[in-house]
Design a binder for this molecule. Structure first.
Ligand code: NDP
Length: 236
């Protein structure tokens, strides 16, 4: 009998230098996954890799800016070179600068589209050929409750990028399920990370890590399509 559907899986996580990505990396490594971590702050990535390795886990890390397609390809290639395959890609990197539309922070609009949407697509482009060759894989996209409902003024562009993550995840599911590639979207509410410092009701990122582990550990014929996870007290 297989002991765990997480043990020995090769899991690539973008935005793994803090918050949800870091917490997920630690939990999955504890459960026996081989984790491959990417983000821009290499010192932070190295610290997470060291912490995981010191407790007997398997982790490697790369400086990855998801807005640069070549760096995302290098991250996935790093997983293949280091651990032989890519079982799971967690598209987690994301930013949420808040400003009313009338402030016309066009550079911030561009950055959100580049990180939250195009970064995710670069991950898919890099990982998909490997998953197709393996005839198995799992793409997990981190969206937001703000992909389901609007928060404005302030979050109009962010909400639009997360609604796009929702559309992309469902489209990927429809296109890839026949190739034995599972797709999951996880929509967090308020979680205590660098991104959400202003949200008083925020709860620890480890709850999202557990949700991700749940989706991964299901038997191969079971696809968890979507989870929305909020603090119990959150009303939006
Ligand atoms: P953090 O700010 O703690 O983490 C964001 C991560 O994304 C960091 O590791 C950061 O690393 C990385 N990142 C940002 N820009 C880039 C880039 N260009 N290339 C690569 N990595 C990048 O926030 P969270 O953990 O909260 O965010 C994780 C995801 O969860 C995001 O997609 C966010 O939208 C989503 N989310 C979070 C909620 C919350 O309440 N916290 C609520 C709903 C959704 P670095 O700076 O080193 O590159």
């Amino acid at each position: 009998m297989q002991m765990s559907n997480i043990k020995d899986k090769v899991v690539v996580i973008t935005g793994a230098s803090s918050g949800i990505g870091e917490s997920t990396a630690k939990l999955l490594a504890k459960q026996g996954a081989k984790v491959v971590l990417g983000a821009r702050r290499l010192d932070r990535i190295d610290a997470v890799v060291q912490e995981i390795s010191a407790t007997g886990g398997k982790a490697i890390g790369f400086a990855t800016n998801v807005t640069k397609r070549a760096e995302v390809e290098a991250l996935i290639q790093g997983a293949v070179d280091g651990f032989g395959r890519v079982d799971v890609l967690i598209n987690n990197a994301g930013i949420m600068p808040i400003a009313p539309i009338e402030a016309l922070k066009v550079d911030e609009w561009d950055r959100q589209i580049d990180v939250n949407i195009k970064g995710l697509l670069y991950g898919v482009a890099a990982a998909l050929p490997h998953m197709q060759k393996q005839k198995s894989g799992h793409i997990i996209n981190i969206a937001s409750v703000f992909g389901i409902k609007m928060f404005a003024p302030g979050g109009t562009v962010y909400c639009a990028t997360k609604a796009a993550v929702r559309a992309l995840t469902e489209g990927l599911r429809m296109e890839l399920h026949s190739q034995n590639i599972r797709c999951t979207m996880i929509s967090p509410g308020a979680f205590a990370t660098e991104l959400s410092e202003f949200m008083k009701m925020a709860i620890p990122a480890s709850a999202i890590a557990r949700a991700i582990a749940y989706a991964i550990e299901q038997p191969v014929e079971v696809e968890v399509d979507e989870m929305v996870i909020r603090p119990t007290v959150q009303d939006f």
